[in-house]
Design a protein around this ligand. Structure first.
Ligand code: EPZ
Length: 449
């Protein structure tokens, strides 16, 4: 198992390029199950979660060819996919338990094959993560759904002994914490091949949903309203192949923005989806960061220079996580790390995954002043963090600890960085180019002195 050793206190400076988005890429890869023609996806990041999806798809009859090195200027690889065999439609527990996002094969398989069996994802370190809205949405389209042996089995009823089709319907996807991103992806994908019109109300507005809608549209789907809470899909009989480039990862970009502020650095972020990060940029500006945005005619692939707060120091702020376009839950931990060094008290409230606070105890071990009550943490800014051995517990909590380690005095040892590798492509290499003193250590090797 790898760990990071970070010697903190360096101001990060330089340029980096954002990779393709993990959370956009996962449903795009699953959408290859909707067609019998070849699909090409570009700028696919080299991450553990992507590998899990690329291991799952061949089990469902989709051939996968992943070329990691390409000659264009985007950092990610190219994945060629081709679904040639529709006889096996079971996503087994061995893979689903390693990655909850495996659930996004459910809608595409059901729509094209009339049958999908996907192991029900289990518990998760960021809190309870039900899939009731996915199920309700697909049931509204006419699927019969049963739960058996830990699997969700979804079927399109046969009509007069012949394979049937999903039927368009009005589907409401609002839950107690807002909409559902992967639930919207599942229902929207399934509805592309349904008979008639589907209207998804309270759809997720996240940029990853817009990217999926753009790809499905290029495949021949008829979708309008993606990016708004109402998406309309007019079903078609079949979808064709596509060549599509995934959007850049807004959470990776947002994490490096925090790195600039917490180290009082100066980082220029290329291929930056600034348009998808307005809430984060707004909060960081209030906390003292200075932004220079050159959108180069495409605000989803901008160059963004982020400079720290200088002698004024980081200012305390309030932030509440919300569905897009509000402040994203996936940046809550990283922003909290940044605010530990603010000049005063900040208030961080988590409204999407109300238990997503495993990083609080670890940051406290580094000297942060944190007081949690329910979904809210009061962050009393301290003058310094002190390096300590800490434990990464989930993907974004790990990124939060890396940020804290970069700013802390002394050495921070972050164990279990495999969580980080699920969502950040070789983060330590990027940080080194920005001047950080960070090393990946394999636990079996003796630690560097
Ligand atoms: C996506 O997960 C992301 N994952 C998550 O990113 C992200 O944190 C989350 O959206 C919220 O933005 C991927 O895209 C692969 P949800 P998803 O369904 O779609 C409740 C990361 O760090 N809910 O939008 O699974 C749920 O409990 C990851 O990269 C129901 O009640 O999340 C939560 O409170 C972690 N019933 C809220 O909705 C359901 O059926 C939003 O969850 C589904 C969800």
């Amino acid at each position: 198992m790898d760990r990071f050793d970070i010697r903190g206190g360096t101001r990060l400076a330089g340029r980096m390029t954002v990779h393709g988005s993990k959370n956009a890429a996962l449903p795009l890869l699953a959408a290859a199950l909707l067609t019998d023609e070849p699909v090409v996806l570009r700028d696919i990041p080299d991450l553990a979660d992507i590998k899990s999806m690329l291991a799952l798809l061949p089990k469902l009859g989709c051939t996968v060819d992943h070329q990691r090195v390409t000659d264009n200027e985007l950092p990610g690889g190219v994945v060629n996919l081709h679904t040639t065999d529709t006889s096996v439609s079971h996503a087994p527990y061995e893979i689903v338990r390693t990655m909850r996002a495996s659930i996004c094969v459910l809608g595409p398989m059901l729509a094209r094959r009339g049958l999908a069996r996907v192991s029900l994802p289990g518990g998760c370190s960021i809190g309870e993560r039900p899939v009731d809205l996915h199920i309700r949405g697909l049931q509204a389209l006419g699927a019969d759904i049963t739960l058996d042996g830990g699997d969700i089995t979804a079927r399109v009823p046969r009509v007069n002994g012949k394979p049937g089709r999903l039927r368009g319907a009005r589907v409401f996807l609002g839950g107690p914490f807002g909409s559902t991103v992967l639930g919207t992806a599942n229902v929207m994908s399934a509805a592309t091949l349904a008979e008639g019109r589907t209207i998804i109300e309270c759809a997720a507005c996240e940029p990853e949903i817009v990217d999926l809608a753009n790809m499905l549209t290029a495949m021949g789907a008829r979708i309008s309203g993606a990016g708004s809470p109402r998406i309309t899909i007019d079903g078609v009989e079949r979808l064709k192949g596509v060549d599509h480039t995934v959007i850049p990862d807004r959470i990776e970009a947002g994490t490096y923005m925090c790195a600039a502020l917490i180290t009082n650095g100066d980082i220029t972020i290329d291929n930056c989806p600034a348009d998808a990060l307005m809430a984060h940029i707004d909060r960081l500006q209030h906390a003292g960061a200075h932004f220079t945005i050159d959108d180069k005619g495409d605000p989803m692939r901008a160059s963004v220079r982020v400079q720290g707060a200088g002698s004024r120091g980081i200012q305390p702020i309030e932030v509440t996580t919300q569905p897009h376009p509000g402040f994203p839950t996936d940046l809550q931990a990283q922003l909290m790390a940044t605010l530990t060094l603010a000049d005063g008290n900040s208030v961080v409230t988590e409204r999407i995954f109300t238990e997503r606070f495993l990083h609080v105890a670890e940051l406290s071990r580094m000297g942060a002043g944190l007081f949690r009550q329910g979904p809210t943490v009061v962050v009393s800014g301290v003058r310094r963090l002190v390096g300590a051995p800490v434990m990464a517990s989930d993907l974004r909590a790990s990124a939060c600890l890396v940020l804290a380690g970069l700013a802390a005095e002394g050495t921070t040892q972050i164990n279990r960085v495999y969580h980080l590798d699920r969502g950040y492509q070789r983060m330590e290499e990027t940080l080194v180019t920005l001047g950080a003193v960070i090393e990946r250590v394999n636990e079996k090797e003796p630690a560097a002195s």
